[in-house]
Design a protein around this ligand. Structure first.
Ligand code: PMP
Length: 393
């Protein structure tokens, strides 16, 4: 059963097994690494570390090949039906990846009067680069319009009806989010494509999706997928941009113009292998189950308000679904204080304004507690957290 499978996988995370008194519930910020990923990184560094794209000796060739293999692995993991025609760029994370799509790819495409639609209430990393593109174009005398993707409060998804009214012949590009980093709902990307029609490129911020639910670029019909390898069990400073076309955004920091994160790339391939073997669908069922347990427990504690709790918990519902992320606040206690109390009991959660676009990080009332899960978390951790929360009224 699922529980035995999970016990076996949890045992593969050295940092988790080394600290039975702690519960790591901040995987949306960065995930812990299984031994296979640590071993792959160590093996690379110990048996043949060199720079890539230069040198004629075996360690250098091996490194160059490892980077190419990671790019191919990313395309395969994302269900790319035609990797010969697409591009993968390895980057340091979603923030850099989105910025690269905005500045290296989008800016040269746009003409005066063009419109782009971007999320105004998702992660700051998926708003700042589009604003930067707008400013760069304005400096070059090209005025574009940046509009907000409208939301539907009842589902947590984008409002496709309102969107239909916004989309027109000048709409050149849409940036969207796969899974919301605060609300945990997944956005209906199929509907987005239906409303936009086949021509408008969609760039998906998949930071909270990759590794948590199957993501197929062929099924979703998107043009760019950007994600953070470090949230998908790889080492810090890893991520990728997948572009449907052969001319994706230029590879700025790495490529052959600088030294890429070679060990990070090795770790990313190992992480994607690990996730595939573990079975992303099972990880999905596990973390959705943990989030449902927490949401139901919080509903019994009237001093807490769960954000976006109207999201459906049914994993097969057509509406926006809650993934393994739950955010909530206490009637009286600030999120910072809650975070402090929770850690004194061993629970590591995120407790602040969560990099949400349009929210002042210094605004205490904007703070929430976010519990985010991965395959190593357990129902016992959720129950223990709930019992601490219950004592605070
Ligand atoms: N987008 C979303 C939805 C995120 O949750 C995050 C991670 N906090 C980012 C972008 C930024 O990712 P990174 O820090 O790896 O650049």
């Amino acid at each position: 059963p699922l529980r035995d499978w999970q016990r076996e996988l949890r045992a593969q995370f050295p940092i988790i097994t080394a600290h039975p008194e702690l519960a790591y519930l901040d995987s949306a910020a960065t995930a812990q690494k299984p031994r296979a990923v640590l071993d792959a990184a160590q093996e690379y560094l110990v048996t043949g570390n060199a720079n890539a794209g230069r040198g004629t000796y075996p360690w250098a060739n091996r490194t160059t090949a490892a980077l190419a293999a990671t790019r191919a692995r990313v395309a395969e993991f994302l269900g790319d039906p035609d990797p010969a025609r697409s591009t993968v760029h390895l980057v340091s994370g979603t923030s850099e990846g989105l910025r690269s799509v905005a500045l290296d790819w989008l800016v040269p495409q746009l003409a005066p009067g063009d419109e782009i639609l971007v999320p105004f209430a998702d992660h700051q990393a998926n708003l700042a680069p589009w604003r930067e593109a707008e400013r760069a174009l304005a400096r070059a005398g090209v005025g574009i319009t940046v509009r907000g993707l409208p939301y539907q409060d009842s589902s947590g998804d984008y409002d496709h009806r309102a969107l239909r009214a916004l989309v027109g012949p000048r709409t050149r590009f849409v940036a969207a989010t796969h899974v919301h980093h605060v609300l945990g709902g997944d956005m209906n990307v199929h509907r987005l494509r239906e409303v936009l029609g086949p021509e408008v490129p969609i760039c998906l911020d998949a930071a909270q999706g990759v590794g948590h639910l199957p993501l197929s670029v062929a099924e979703l019909d998107v043009d760019f997928v950007v994600f953070s390898g470090h949230k998908a069990l790889a080492l810090p400073g890893t991520g990728a941009v997948w572009a449907r076309q052969a001319r994706g955004p230029a590879y700025r920091p790495g490529g052959w113009q600088g030294t890429p994160n070679t060990v990070g790339a090795v770790s990313l391939a190992a992480a994607l292998d690990w996730l595939t073997a573990a079975d992303v669908r099972r990880i999905e069922r596990w973390t959705v189950g943990l989030a449902a347990r927490l949401t139901e427990g919080l509903r019994r504690l009237p001093q807490y308000e769960v954000l976006g709790c109207q999201l459906s918990l049914a994993a097969d519902s057509a509406a926006a679904r809650r993934r393994g992320i739950v955010s909530f606040r206490h009637r009286d206690i600030t999120s910072a204080d809650l975070g402090f109390v929770l850690y004194s009991h061993g629970y590591m959660v995120r407790a602040d304004a969560l990099c949400r676009a349009g929210v002042d990080p210094a605004d205490e009332r904007a703070g929430v507690v976010r519990v985010s899960t991965h395959v190593y978390n357990t129902p016992e951790e959720i129950d223990g957290l709930l019992s601490v929360l219950d004592t605070l009224d």
